[in-house]
Design a protein around this ligand. Sequence first.
Ligand code: F6P
Length: 323
Amino acid sequence: IKCVGVLTSGGDAPGMNAAIRAVVRGSIYNNLRVIGIKKGYQGLINDEMEEMFSKSVSNIIQTGGTILKSARSMEFKTKEGRKKAYENLQKRGIDALVVIGGDGTFTGARIFGEEFNIPIVGIPGTIDNDLYGTDYTIGYDTALNTVVQAVDKIRDTATAHSRLFFIEVMGRDAGFLALRSGIASGAEAILVPEIKTDYSQLDRFLQNEYRKTKSSSIVLVAEGDEIGGAIKIAERVGRDHPEYDVRVTILGHIQRGGSPSAFDRVVASQLGVAAVSALLDGQRNIMVGLSDRKVVHTPFNQALKNKKSLNPQLLELTNILSI
Ligand code: F6P
């Protein structure tokens, strides 16, 4: 391998810049050239790329977003799109790729890598933390802290008015963010897509615990919850209990921005360098991740096929701590 291409794709996550920096510097350290590809796979198709140097990644470890920009490319899902992308790789002399993103990014990488026999290594970057093969994804810790800070603020006003708040956090198919931030912010209940929402249980909780204390109550809802998110649940509870003062807050994209936490910066630095080492060791079609704080490699096939499960001990904690 002589030249590595690097891109970020899918939903951005705080810490992606720290990962880009580590890939660029890890490559240069190993005497490889490195080319930054703009707007994910779309930039590969449109030939939007430029060579990166150590200086290109100065002063970015602390910034949110991604200097390479991101996109969800529909064209890359087509054979013609991927052919164009491959031709541009050849033209530029790029012989390996590092892709930073989530499951959509790795699905594209797996197909592209197999189709054209290109070594590709993935780095998990998503606030959802929903990738099998790694304990943490880049951006998850920062998003957690953003959610906790927001919930703390909402609790002040909730308590002042003795209100019941339903707060929706991101996570289309995964409740990692909701569960962990819910525990950290002392939420009275947490609704996640992985577990069927038992409305009668929620109702019992509201009748007993909430009615008893009435100082305030916070229910954290992952956007992928099967009742259909915080608005739907709040409507139902409001209908069944007109005596409660119910409010809804949807935290939205605030969760994707901001300066990355120290934890995310370190994880991103470790995984960025590990991705380059993996390519140099002849690895391909794998994701680098962290398991028990050590770098591990998981084939894309496995990372995509398996579903990471929520920690049952954390789930149990909510029941114990919300009495
Ligand atoms: O995958 C990251 C994520 O933030 C999800 O939690 C959320 O459902 C989705 O992206 C939102 O995507 P978009 O920014 O395209 O609306």
